[in-house]
Write a protein that binds this ligand. Structure first.
Ligand SMILES: Nc1nc2c(ncn2[C@@H]2O[C@H](COP(=O)(O)O[C@H]3[C@@H](O)[C@H](n4cnc5c(=O)[nH]c(N)nc54)O[C@@H]3COP(=O)(O)O)[C@@H](O)[C@H]2O)c(=O)[nH]1
Length: 847
């Protein structure tokens, strides 16, 4: 209903809405229920014919009379619930309800009282006229004698006139009331939002509501204007009565859509008086319908999944694409939380960021991994928007998402194609360069070394030419596979084109590290290739360059690796070459050293030198056993050059055991020879202690040589203790339990952790010669040595000062009560025979 309902319901005038076809009362206001005495529900079961006492013929006559008298209302006789009959005037206006059905809006006025007054007036008038007639008759008959009576009649007439005057006054008042009710009715018509226009048969306007005069150049005074003239260009007014058309009408310069109905207005004799046009503005409704249709079409046909959830994030609506992507039907997810699709790939930080963006900016978009109903995890591009209410509280969330699996696969494929060699699957030149720059940056930041190898397959062209490209391809694939097997996962292996490969090896510390890899690669490449029944042999030529040694940027390093590779080709293939000659010589020398070391023990190239260790009072003597290596080609190689290589190659295990055996058997011989006590110290490296049975080995050597355990001192460095393992602690404890002395060597140069001294069962401490060298002049060294000796005394450790070369050094150490001294002042390390002479000179021999 377009009339505001409140106005209708609470209006003091009796109002009914009637279905014109059936006469059914479809609505009644409060005044109507009060007037008719029926409850509203009862009233709505009645038809107007049940109330109106007029027959159909009487109604038709009344309609005709109303037209003839120019009335816009009808006068009927309505029966109330208490069976009383009331005379009423009925104003009726047709209009369209929300279902677009024609309804009659009727205002009913009770004019019974007015009628009664009129009838009374007529009754008195009739009586009066009758009496006047009778009197006249009597006057005529009675003549003069009735003159007196005439006077009486005059008096009566005057009285009657007075009464008539009173009645007329009351009649005028009733008319006024009726007029004000008519005005109220007009106000209601004007309040109707539609355009209402009454025309005569020819389409000339008889009246119109105020909406018409507001929006068109029409005044009530300008009646008789043609309706087509008023709605210039409308061109679509319904032809037939009761027709209904949709029209475009220009209102205030703008075309708007109207639903136009045209209905007959007929009098009581069913004679047509004209037409009533109702123009309902449906522009907004059509626009809304169009937008709704559009939105609903987009919602259901879009290929993007759509999910709408309420403020508590409970799903309210999803579309077809949502079901296609996720595998969930709408009814399976309504009321659920979107957490149902969580793939587990994103942590809580991801989601808290998402919701904080939504709350702050009302929007979030990005890539997210979700889980389908089938359990499959898939990537999607998600856009979520929050919808806020007037108070800026979130009312709902709208999420749009796409399955981007195929796009990602495609991107991955494109990336793969752009960065990797399709034949071998290795990185291509472009990717190699990218990785190179990246790795180089990291090496610069961490000040680490980086090795680059260029490898060219020797004889590849011959294989290609003789066995064909297919076999050549298989060879490249297999060679690539072998290269990968020779490297770590952090290394980059690339095919730069043809039979050219490159290795990028980060965190390469030593030349021997790269040599190991180079040897492995060359060995692998020179192994036979079984290619579809063809046994094929190739080899590799490798050029090696280092960052930062050989260059600082990619271009320079690649160029150097390339020229080193050509040098390798010139050297007869199946070999590697370093870019710098110095490095190459160094590598060669080391290779030679390693080769010689492997044979040194069996070739009896090792010997042991002894250096005396003497107590400050000269009463106690010992010696340090120091390994020496003399090779025919290399000459005498200093221990600090070959011992680290022995450790690297693991040769120190057997060599160390040999030293121990030699030193112990020699010491046993000297112990037996001299009258004084004598001890020997043997250096044992951390590699030797990594084997679990070192204490056992020492025990066996002591047993086999017959040396008393207290005559043996094992010298260990801080690296042994830094290992901090239970195994080492156990072994050291076992040795101490056996009576073997334990000395910590080079004290002061490493971590010098005092906790070591407490934790491990040490018995001696050797102060490194670096602290002795500048004694007694250097004040700092004086203080330091003094502190070490005093601390060692407190821990019951015997102190040996190393590298004592001068008498002042020894004198100073004596003042500090250092227990032992060792150094060139007493003797350099000397062969066993010479040491025997030294003993003869310095000790009392046994009888
Ligand atoms: N694991 C093993 N390590 C061993 C063994 N034999 C030796 N070594 C270690 O090699 C390092 C070098 O030893 P070396 O060249 O023999 O040097 C020793 C002495 O010659 C030198 N020294 C002694 N006195 C002086 C001196 O007055 N001046 C001076 N400039 N040098 C002197 O000190 C070395 C002994 O040092 P240390 O072992 O710390 O007591 C050396 O680290 C040896 O340990 C072995 O069989 N196994």
């Amino acid at each position: 209903l377009d009339l505001p309902w409140q106005v209708f319901r609470n209006n003091s005038a009796v109002m009914l809405i009637i279905d014109p076809n059936s006469g059914q009362i479809t609505a009644a206001n409060n005044a109507a229920t009060e007037f008719y005495g029926y409850a509203e529900s009862e009233l709505l079961t009645l038809r107007i014919q049940d109330i109106n006492q007029f027959t159909a013929e009487q109604v038709a006559i009344e309609r005709k009379n109303a037209v003839a008298e120019g009335r816009n209302y009808f006068i009927f006789r309505h029966q109330l619930a208490d069976q009383s009959i009331r005379t009423v005037s009925v104003h009726s206006v047709p209009f369209r309800d929300k279902n677009n059905e024609i309804q009659l809006f009727s205002i009913v006025h009770d004019i019974s009282e007015q009628r009664f007054l009129q009838q009374s007036l007529w009754h008195y008038q009739a009586n009066l006229e009758q009496q006047v007639a009778l009197q006249t008759q009597e006057i005529k008959q009675v003549n003069q004698s009735q003159t007196l009576l005439f006077s009486v009649v005059i008096v009566v007439l005057c009285a009657a006139t007075l009464v008539l005057g009173v009645f007329l006054m009351r009649l005028r008042r009733a008319k006024k009331r009726s007029e004000s009710q008519g005005a109220r009715l007009s106000a209601i018509f004007d309040a109707i939002g539609d355009y209402l226009i009454f025309t005569n048969d020819n389409g000339n306007i008889l009246s119109a509501n105020s909406r018409v005069s507001d929006d068109f150049t029409f005044t009530q005074g300008a009646l008789n204007e043609s309706i087509t003239q008023l709605f210039a260009g409308i061109g679509c007014l319904p032809d037939a009565p009761y027709a209904n058309r949709e029209c475009q009408v220009k209102v205030k310069g703008q075309f708007r859509s109207f639903n136009v109905t045209k209905n007959d207005v007929r009098d009581g004799k069913n004679q047509r008086l004209g037409f009533i046009y109702v123009l309902q503005d449906i522009t907004v409704r059509l626009e809304n319908e169009r937008e709704q249709r559009l939105a609903s079409t987009v919602f259901s046909t879009t290929s993007e999944g759509v999910l709408v959830s309420d403020k508590d994030n409970k799903i309210q609506m999803v579309n077809r694409a949502f079901s296609q992507i996720t595998g969930y039907r709408q009814e399976e997810v309504l009321g659920e939380s979107p957490a149902l699709f969580n793939s587990g790939r994103h942590g809580p930080t991801f989601f808290s960021q998402l919701y904080s963006d939504l709350h702050e900016h009302g929007h979030w978009e990005g890539e997210i991994w979700n889980r389908r109903k089938s359990g499959e995890v898939y990537p999607s591009w998600l856009q979520v928007s929050a919808v806020f209410d007037d108070e800026q509280n979130i009312e709902m969330y709208v999420a749009l998402f796409n399955d981007i699996t195929s796009r990602k696969n495609h991107e991955q494929m494109m990336w793969q194609q752009a960065n990797f060699d399709t034949l071998t699957g290795l990185a291509n030149r472009l990717h190699f360069h990218e990785q190179f720059d990246h790795t180089l940056e990291r090496a610069k930041t961490h000040a680490s070394r980086l090795a680059i190898c260029f490898i060219d397959l020797d004889r590849f062209k011959a294989v290609n030419d003789t066995l064909g490209h297919h076999i050549g391809d298989l060879l490249l694939i297999e060679a690539a596979q072998r290269l990968k097997e020779c490297t770590r996962s952090s290394d980059i292996v690339a095919r730069l084109g043809g039979d050219e490969f490159a290795l990028l090896l980060p965190d390469i510390d030593t030349i021997s590290d790269i040599e190991k890899i180079a040897n492995k690669v060359l060995q692998q490449l020179s192994a036979p290739f079984e290619l579809e029944g063809h046994e094929t042999f190739v080899s590799g030529s490798m050029g090696i360059t280092f960052f930062p040694d050989d260059g600082n940027d990619r271009k320079a390093l690649l160029r150097n690796a390339d020229s080193a590779m050509y040098k390798a080709k010139e050297h007869g293939r199946n070999c590697y070459q370093f870019y710098t000659a110095a490095m190459h010589e160094h590598a060669q020398a080391r290779r030679q050293l390693e080769g010689a070391l492997h044979k040194a023990l069996s070739n009896q190239e090792f010997s042991i030198f002894y250096q005396p260790i003497i107590s400050v009072d000269g009463q106690h003597i010992g010696s340090e056993a120091l390994l020496r290596w003399h090779n025919k080609e290399l000459g005498s190689v200093p221990p600090d050059k070959f011992i680290p290589i022995c450790e690297e190659l693991g040769l120190i295990i057997t060599i160390g055991e040999w030293v121990l055996y030699q030193a112990c058997s020699q010491a046993k011989a000297w112990c037996d020879r001299i009258q004084q006590s004598f001890f020997v110290t043997v250096n044992v490296s951390s590699i030797q202690f990594q084997r679990a049975d070192m204490a056992q080995v020492i025990g066996r050597v002591l047993q086999e040589t017959g040396l008393a355990s207290h005559c043996l001192t094992i010298e260990i460095t801080e690296t042994v203790l830094a290992d901090n393992s239970q195994n080492i602690l156990h072994q050291l404890k076992t040795l101490r339990a056996m009576g073997v002395e334990l000395a910590i060597d080079d004290f002061g140069t490493g971590y010098s952790s005092l906790s070591y001294l407490k934790r491990f069962p040490l018995s001696k401490l050797k102060i490194d010669r670096a602290f002795i060298r500048d004694l007694p002049d250097d004040l700092e060294d004086r203080a330091l040595v003094k502190a070490i000796i005093s601390m060692a005394g407190n821990l019951n450790l015997t102190v040996v000062a190393e590298g004592v070369e001068t008498q002042p050094q020894l004198d100073f150490l004596r003042t500090l009560q250092c227990d032992y001294s060792q150094g060139y002042l007493h003797s350099k390390p000397i062969p066993a025979l010479e040491f025997e002479d030294w003993l003869t000179e310095h000790v009392v021999e046994s009888p």
